[in-house]
Design a binder for this molecule. Sequence first.
Ligand code: FE
Length: 201
Amino acid sequence: MNNSVDPQALFSLGYGLYVITAASGDRSSGMIGNVVSQVSVDRIAVSMNKGGFTAGLVRESGRMNVNVLDETAPFALFQRFGFASGRDTDKFAGLSFSRSANGLPVLSEHCNAFLSLRVVETVDLGSHWLFVCEVEESKKHTDAPSMTYAYYHANVKPKPKPAAKKRWVCKICGYEYEGDELPPDFVCPICNHPASDFELQ
Ligand code: FE
């Protein structure tokens, strides 16, 4: 990137979030994807990291299902499909799902629609495959709003716990000050004694 490129600007791009399922032979898997876009009247483009197990299944089979996550999707669903590899775990264990005409898993819980896609062209993007696809089957489940990446970060992803605040107590009157650091020029609002009369608890 040259000097006129601000990488922060890339964070301004909006994305949806999807569970993409695929299978080849007797192996099936799913992943969380965020790059799925309708790019023409009859083409959907899906980008996947080449290292992913699901991407390999799509390469072999030329098929995938895109399940559109809605705003009810809990963090556990992202953990299930996003934080482990399908090489090691059965990501569908204990999950209720049906199958579309292509035989691939369809999730209806916490998803508002699905698309069954057939790959018609694959573009090598270095780190990623860009699959250009046609829609073979699709169905809308509900009117629930689709999950966006911004919504996920604001409402679904657990927030880091704030560090515990420190507490200083005025030795004169017992007033308590909470914060990261007691300012050296602090004056007790109750008894007007200086910071030197405060004790860290
Ligand atoms: Fe005081």
